[in-house]
Design a binder for this molecule. Structure first.
Ligand SMILES: [Fe+2]
Length: 274
């Protein structure tokens, strides 16, 4: 059996009609993403949202998010990013009991043979992220417990340098080396999936692969300079699709959001050309 896990990230939902950065209404973009997910030929088993779910961590924004996600009739696993508020998130989604009650929103859920470990990198009131000893101790324990399973670790701030200057300045400020050392001891970790960057980026990390995902709305400009200014663009939006079967590696795709012409067969004048 093939299992798909969709990763949505950085949806930055505002109250209905409010624009992010005075310019973009993120809600219709999430609506399009949901439509694209519902159009997928193989329906995903679940969706994981790797943070910056809303723009200011307000209950009214989370209520709007819940409304926008409602057409997805599959489990949606929520994680906080630097724009979120852990308490408002939990209060707004009381049915999402996996969010727990501890200081950090960290949890383990099993999705058809793969264990998803959500790691909380957010720091209240700060754009930067961190991993402290307590968060890493939880991960160490969960990695030990999940030996023999395939594991995906999810976190908002990527643990690697992206070379986009302004984003690295608000990246993961601590715990990255410790995380790499921990993951290197666990070869059952298939991948580390992240948000925050609003772009698709992949890097080798801790003996596994770490990646970020585009946003369903706005993207961070591809400016790979240390002094890159903080700018965004409306490049085509997307999401990640992580896929696996009964055994073997987790494979990750990049999906574009939208309704495009096609599909067409690889045929010309009755002959197969591919
Ligand atoms: Fe974001």
């Amino acid at each position: 059996m093939t299992t798909l896990l969709v990763q949505l990230t950085d949806t930055h939902i505002r109250e209905p009609g409010k624009l992010a950065y005075g310019r973009i209404d993120t809600a219709p973009y999430l609506r399009e993403a949901v439509k694209s997910i519902l159009r997928m030929k193989q329906p995903p088993a679940a969706v994981v949202m790797t943070g910056d779910l809303v723009d200011f961590g307000r209950p009214t924004e989370y209520a709007h998010l819940a409304e926008l996600l409602e057409p997805l009739k599959i489990p949606v696993y929520l994680m906080p990013g630097n724009h979120d508020d852990r308490h408002a998130l939990r209060r707004s989604f009381p049915g999402h009991t996996y969010l727990g009650t501890g200081e950090f929103v960290q949890y383990a859920v099993d999705i058809e043979g793969v264990r998803l470990l959500a790691l909380d990198t957010s720091v209240p009131g700060r754009s930067e992220g961190m991993l402290c000893e307590r968060r890493l101790a939880w991960l160490a324990q969960e990695l030990q417990r999940s030996r023999g399973m395939r594991v995906i670790v999810a976190m908002h701030h990527p643990p690697f340098k992206t070379f986009i200057g302004h984003m690295d300045k608000i990246g993961l400020q601590s715990g990255s080396d410790e995380l790499a050392a921990l993951l290197a001891k666990h070869d059952h970790v298939q991948r580390v999936i992240c948000g925050h960057l609003h772009r698709a980026i992949d890097a080798r990390f801790g003996g596994t692969i770490a990646s970020t995902s585009p946003s369903p709305a706005h993207q961070v400009c591809l400016d790979l300079s240390p002094d890159a200014p903080s700018m965004w663009t409306l490049e085509p939006p997307g999401f990640r699709v992580h896929v696996w079967d009964a055994e073997g590696p987790v494979v990750t795709h990049l999906a574009a959001i939208g309704d495009f012409p096609g599909p067409y067969p690889f045929h010309e004048n009755g002959a197969l050309i591919d």
